[in-house]
Design a protein around this ligand. Structure first.
Ligand SMILES: *[C@@H]1O[C@H](CO)[C@@H](O)[C@H](O)[C@H]1NC(C)=O
Ligand SMILES: *[C@@H]1O[C@H](CO)[C@@H](O)[C@H](O)[C@H]1NC(C)=O
Ligand SMILES: *[C@@H]1O[C@H](CO)[C@@H](O)[C@H](O)[C@H]1NC(C)=O
Ligand SMILES: *[C@@H]1O[C@H](CO)[C@@H](O)[C@H](O)[C@H]1NC(C)=O
Ligand SMILES: *[C@@H]1O[C@H](CO)[C@@H](O)[C@H](O)[C@H]1NC(C)=O
Ligand SMILES: [Cu+2]
Length: 784
């Protein structure tokens, strides 16, 4: 199966790395063509570029490569032919049955991978991690097993490091929750309360044409909030209009999902809670007074639907914006999912459970990071109504990988990006589900210099030197119900790496009531949107000059000393100075930001110094910190206990592979993955293999401009890994993107290090046939 892409860039991409002025002029000329067609030459794409595109899946996939079709087929043969496992296939009924919830690549133990990569040992066997939900009575449970060797497995064993038998009610959101439970709730509620809906909403949940009320949204009610170890979910009633999270009505239902059936526990209606019978009786006795609300008027001006509206700004009217061109073709190379770009190299994949993961990130062939991956995305809401108040999500319960869908060229990623597909095996995939265009990669000219200095005056030497900041971006975007999260991995030519998260998509609104104003603003006639906090957690397994690393904090302290150079008597002078502290244990390294004491965070191997005695270090810079405001131990806070710290550093263990799990919605009594436990054993972290866990987040108080969609500016969160005395100078000194200008006689000399100035030829981007492609393959954009 062809892995990838650029199917729609006809032969490939084209021209220049940046928005070249010539091109903009050219486009302007092209757009005026009708008027002056005789005078305009036909412009051509700059180059036909060789794309290093993986056309076929590798026969012998590398150690980090996601499962191939051949391996998936072998895995399925093994699983479904194994009597002991006793599994039903995805297309069969899963009611009271055992089935595969997720299967994906199992990364071998780090020591085995490193022996293979660094010491020419054999490649460790390829294996799959399989999560099996065993719903067949009497012994219901959840198991995680490792199956191998692929492509023709012969055995399986429990995944080390977690309880081999997990309680059945821990299971994440399944097809059942979205399908049969929703059907049950809809039928029960409509048959008992249909008259109430007719009276109070002017429609109902049954024969309602295109003006329906539906249970389109659900929030799990964690045992931490319900007080019982049971699987319960709030189902929200909303108008079924674009977009439904902006059209809730003040009605929700708490459903208990038992092993032997479903039960409606509570109904919330118009600011009060009832049992279904109570509400029904009260309505029949005339105790409910209401005037019918109207279904939103659906047209292009509906506040919740993004259609272009408003006066078009005069400037730029009917003109397209700038586009990128690649004058000399791609400057990166992708083989399988292995990337080489300038001095950088890395591998990437999309984990079904956890989303984007990068491995073996090297600069100049020197490993900096062994593994860098998203672990969890959470959002915790506040509110008065129970459906809003208890909406605390750990998105891995929805599976992060399959939440990434086809990216749209030109908006999601620049036109010149290349795209990569993935495959997932979930409870619904009878065959391997290929998902197209889940990653894009592109070079980006940030439009800022990477460095520059301009000495204009004679006295300062008359020299200009600067470098364009051109970086490589690997991007994926996940959509979890209403929210969209853009994740970027950005590689700079000066050895810096950035991990960036941005949020957009629809906010989750709540039906307006005065009681909600404590938590948010009224944004439209019937809705209020409440305060909530988005958080992301990342694993960064740093290997700086080998695996024996230290974590050192540089404190910036303040001294006030006598100023013997002042003419004033007893004058003092205050200034900062630095002190260096190697962190000894995992508890020392669990970091909570304090504005009063500025710090640098360094990671290095104490055995590798430069000639001045400095360790060759990398530094963490976290520009996306957030404060966890829920007190420790309260309600669902333990489920994201990684958020207690802006970062933490633990000793690497294969059994501590991830900071979170897809069970974290329901497992608060006995967390399957308890990140705090990684720290609590308080192991030494001096000269050990260290893993850094970084939390990013943002407090979001929605405002009217979050309608219809939340916009990205101001929502960017990122952390950087920056070399700190690691190189002897800026490693981007080697970049050919530099310019140096010096005086030459009466004129100037422009040194471009062999690169043409770009003005020799005017060219346009390659034609993009994305729209033709999606006409033929619509499932790139929408489920079929
Ligand atoms: C991998 O490491 C875990 C934990 O140290 C251990 O239990 C397991 O046996 C190892 N597996 C292999 C294949 O070496
Ligand atoms: C494993 O899970 C079972 C319930 O399924 C529980 O009784 C047991 O205490 C758990 N063991 C550990 C070590 O957490
Ligand atoms: C300077 O410090 C000395 C010793 O503490 C003190 O005696 C003197 O009064 C101070 N002078 C002024 C101007 O504060
Ligand atoms: C590197 O420098 C540190 C002091 O910064 C010193 O403790 C260490 O022994 C040095 N390592 C080597 C291999 O010289
Ligand atoms: C962690 O270990 C260090 C060194 O043994 C000790 O000083 C510190 O008190 C321990 N912290 C906790 C919370 O146990
Ligand atoms: Cu938000």
């Amino acid at each position: 199966m062809p892995q990838s892409i650029n199917r729609y860039l006809a032969a490939a991409v084209v021209c220049l790395v940046l928005v070249c002025v010539g091109l903009i002029i050219a486009l302007a000329i092209v757009s005026n063509k009708d008027n002056d067609s005789n005078e305009v030459e036909e412009l051509e794409p700059c180059t036909e570029t060789n794309l290093y595109i993986e056309e076929v899946e590798p026969d012998n996939p590398g150690v980090f490569h996601d499962l191939t079709t051949k391996e998936i087929n072998g895995l399925k043969d093994y699983l479904y032919n194994n009597d002991e496992l006793d599994l039903v296939r995805p297309s069969e009924s899963k009611k009271e049955a055992n089935y595969v919830f997720v299967a994906e690549l199992h990364i071998p133990n780090k020591s085995d991978v490193l022996a293979f990569l660094d010491q020419r040992a054999m490649q460790p066997p390829r294996e799959a991690k399989v999560i099996i939900i065993r719903g067949k009575p009497p012994n219901t449970e959840i198991n995680e097993i490792i199956v191998g060797p692929l492509p023709n497995p012969s055995s399986h064993r429990p995944l080390p490091g977690i309880n081999a038998s997990l309680p059945y009610f821990y299971r994440p959101m399944t097809e059942e929750d979205y399908g049969s439970v929703t059907d049950f709730v809809t039928n029960q509620i409509q048959s008992n309360l249909g008259d109430l809906f007719d009276r109070c909403y002017g429609t109902n949940l049954g024969n309602c044409g295109d003006k329906c009320l539906s249970f389109l949204y659900a929030s799990s009610f964690s045992p931490a909030s319900s007080g019982v170890n049971e699987r319960k979910t709030w189902y929200w009633l909303t108008w079924d209009a674009e977009y439904y999270t902006l059209h809730p009505v003040d009605f929700s239902v708490l459903v208990h999902i038992k092993e032997d059936g479903l039960e409606i526990n509570r109904v919330w209606f118009s600011g009060a809670q009832y049992s279904m019978e109570e509400l029904k009786t009260e309505f029949q006795n005339g105790g409910i007074t209401c005037t019918a609300e109207n279904f939103p008027e659906v047209n292009k001006n509906l506040f919740s639907a993004p259609h272009r509206r408003g006066k078009i700004p005069e400037t730029g009217k009917n003109k397209r914006g700038p586009k990128f061109v690649l004058p000399d073709g791609l400057r990166y190379k992708v083989t399988g999912k292995h990337v080489e770009y300038m001095n950088w190299a890395f591998d990437f994949r999309l984990s079904t459970s956890y989303g984007p993961q990068l491995y073996d990130i090297r600069f100049n062939n020197d490993r900096i990071v062994y593994e860098l991956g998203l672990q969890e995305v959470s959002v915790f809401y506040s509110g008065h109504s129970p459906q809003q108040r208890f909406s605390d999500y750990m998105d891995s319960a929805e599976l992060i990988g399959p939440s990434a869908q086809g990216l749209i060229p030109g908006v999601d990623c620049p036109d010149h990006a290349t795209y990569y597909d993935t495959m997932h095996i979930t409870e619904t995939s009878e065959t391997a589900d290929k998902t197209a265009n889940v990653f894009c990669m592109f070079e980006l000219n940030t439009g800022e210099p990477l460095r520059r200095h301009h000495s204009y005056y004679d006295s300062e030497g008359k020299v200009y030197e600067g470098v364009e900041n051109v970086i490589l971006v690997l991007r994926t975007i996940i959509t979890v119900v209403n929210y969209d999260y853009i994740f970027d991995f950005r590689f700079f030519q000066n050895g810096v790496m950035e991990v960036k998260g941005l949020s957009t998509g629809y906010i989750l609104a709540n039906a307006f009531s005065d009681k909600e104003l404590k938590y948010g603003f009224k944004l439209h006639d019937k809705i209020v949107a409440n305060f909530h906090t988005h958080m992301f957690n990342f694993k960064v397994d740093l290997d700086i000059k080998g695996q024996k690393n230290r974590y050192e904090i540089i404190n910036v302290d303040v001294e006030t000393e006598i100023n013997e150079f002042s003419v004033k008597e007893n004058s003092t002078y205050s200034q900062g100075y630095i002190t260096r502290h190697v962190q000894q244990t995992e508890n020392d390294a669990a970091y909570k930001f304090n504005f009063e004491s500025p710090k640098y965070h360094l990671f290095y191997n104490n055995q590798v110094n430069d000639s001045f005695g400095n360790p060759l270090a990398y530094r963490l810079i976290n520009n996306g910190m957030v404060k966890q405001i829920i007190p420790r131990g309260h309600n669902k806070e333990p489920a994201i206990n990684w958020a207690r710290y802006q970062h933490a550093v633990t000793k690497q263990k294969d059994t501590e592979a991830h900071s979170s799990s897809m069970y974290s919605m329901f497992d608060t009594d006995n967390q399957v993955v308890d990140f705090q436990g990684f720290i609590d054993d308080n192991e030494s972290i001096v000269d050990e293999d260290l893993v850094l866990w970084v939390t990013l987040g943002v407090h979001h108080i929605p405002r009217k401009e979050d309608l219809p969609l939340t916009t990205t500016p101001g929502m960017g969160l990122s952390f950087y890994l920056q070399p700190f005395n690691y190189f002897s100078e800026d490693p981007a000194m080697a970049s050919q993107d530099a310019v140096r200008i010096t005086p030459k006689g009466a004129g100037v000399n422009v040194e471009r290090y062999g690169m043409p100035t770009g003005s020799s030829k005017t060219c346009v981007p390659q034609k993009n046939n994305f729209e033709k492609m999606i006409a033929q393959e619509p499932d790139i954009v929408f489920e079929n």
